[in-house]
Design a protein around this ligand. Structure first.
Ligand SMILES: *Cc1c(COP(=O)(O)O)cnc(C)c1O
Length: 410
């Protein structure tokens, strides 16, 4: 069979899945549209502000829209937040004080947060070096949050718990919003004043509900992943309870200044239009991930999630078993990207990571992973983590190249 025939067969099986995700995209599209209508967005609101950024209407109105869409009380949506790690780290560093207790209740957090916490080496400024007591509740043997262990770990001393929605560089299932709700309810039933924080990276708009709508106190993520819709040139967001957002804003700028400063600098159309596009773009990526999973399964590989499992984020893990195969898959993606298609990839150390990593990201926005991208740490069991795709058609073409590799090239 020609690669495209394999894909057409796959798409017959995937039709029901695709239909399900189209309905989610629709619900989220209407939600975003209504927020735009409620906040009376006008084209001439997009002009960049300069200097201190007092009264920066483009920024303030965008933050109000994010607040409505995600269901919080207030938000920070800023290009000055340099990445998802910066957004999450700002929440932790702003809200925790020496003597406080932070518990990651979904096992080890994302690689770059290990450094923020200072797990291996508490360099100055990390959570542990600041005298904050840090614990982790491991996942159970099936990779699910261990509710009984969480009950035992959380106490009246627990200041904050961290929940990570997406799997990160692990094979555990990503958390659905219902599971997140159960975790929040569990923690709050033991200590209602514990701040529940959700690392929402890669989960935005994958389901019809967001963490603040099920009781998360503070939620953070990156604008060069899902909610930027592939258009946001950089930035991060933080959404949650008003008093918490205010405290974090004092950390990001300065006490007393808070949210009132920080000029938008760039034309904000990218951020507005990106959010408007995000529900659709996320589903392009999710459908692409379904197809990729289907194909690897067909050729005998273990994939997480399986092709027909309900997805709650955009990440597709593929267990390839060797560093060379991981590199090869990344190279296929890189070589079939709109940008930097002639680049040869290799494993290397990147700031924030402990293991060497390889990252295929032939993207319009550097490192953007709502665009088709694939990355992997150099460690067992040698999995590749593929995500994104601005158009399903692009992923479909790359899938045909993957089929060629799996059938002939090996
Ligand atoms: C991407 C990601 C982050 C943050 O990564 P940045 O590259 O700093 O934006 C944090 N947590 C998870 C689960 C992620 O996927």
């Amino acid at each position: 069979m020609f690669p495209l025939d394999v894909i057409r067969e796959a798409e017959k099986d995937l039709a029901m899945e695709f239909h399900y995700y189209d309905e989610i995209a629709y619900v989220n599209q209407v939600k975003v549209l209504n927020a735009f209508k409620n906040h009376r967005v006008r084209e001439n609101n997009f002009h960049p502000a300069s200097g201190y950024g007092y009264g920066d209407y483009a920024r303030d109105n965008l933050e109000a829209i994010y607040t409505e869409v995600f269901g919080g009380e207030d938000a920070l949506v800023r290009s000055q937040i340099v990445s998802g790690t910066h957004a999450i780290a700002s929440c932790l560093l702003a809200l925790l004080r020496p003597g406080d207790e932070l518990i990651s209740i979904t096992g080890a957090p994302y690689d770059t947060l290990g450094k923020v916490i200072g797990k291996n080496k508490p360099i100055r400024g990390t959570i542990i070096e600041k005298g904050i007591d840090y614990k982790e509740v491991p996942l159970n043997d099936e990779g699910h949050p261990d509710i009984e262990a969480i009950r035992r770990a959380v106490s009246d001393k627990t200041t904050m718990v961290l929940i990570q929605r997406s799997k990160g560089y692990s094979l555990r299932p990503s958390l659905g919003i219902n599971t997140i709700k159960t975790l929040i309810d569990t923690v709050k039933s033991i200590n209602p004043s514990t701040i529940v924080m959700v690392d929402n990276c890669y989960g935005e708009f994958a389901e019809d509900t967001e963490p603040p709508q099920v009781g998360a106190d503070i939620t953070a993520g990156s604008l060069i992943k899902n909610p930027g819709g592939g258009l946001a040139p950089s930035g991060g967001y933080i959404i949650g309870r008003q008093n918490l957002v205010e405290e974090i804003s004092y950390y990001l700028t300065a006490p007393g200044l808070g949210k009132d400063l920080g000029a938008s600098l760039l034309n904000s159309r990218w951020l507005y239009q990106g959010l408007f596009m995000a529900p659709h773009t996320v589903m392009q990526a999710i459908k692409g991930a379904c197809l990729i999973a289907y194909i690897f399964e067909k050729y005998g590989y273990d994939v997480f999630p399986r092709w027909n499992e309900r997805r709650v984020d955009i990440v597709q893990a593929i267990k390839l078993g060797s560093p060379d195969e991981v590199l090869k898959l990344c190279q296929i993606i890189q070589s079939n990207s709109p940008i930097d298609s002639d680049v040869q990839l290799e494993y290397a150390l990147l700031p924030g990571y402990t293991d060497q990593v390889v990252m295929a990201a032939g993207t319009f926005v550097q490192g953007s992973s709502i665009e088709l991208s694939c990355d992997a740490p150099l460690r067992e069991p040698y999995c590749a983590y593929l995500q994104g795709g601005l158009t399903y058609e692009h992923v479909r073409f790359v899938a045909s190249k993957i089929i060629e590799w799996l059938t002939e090239g090996k």
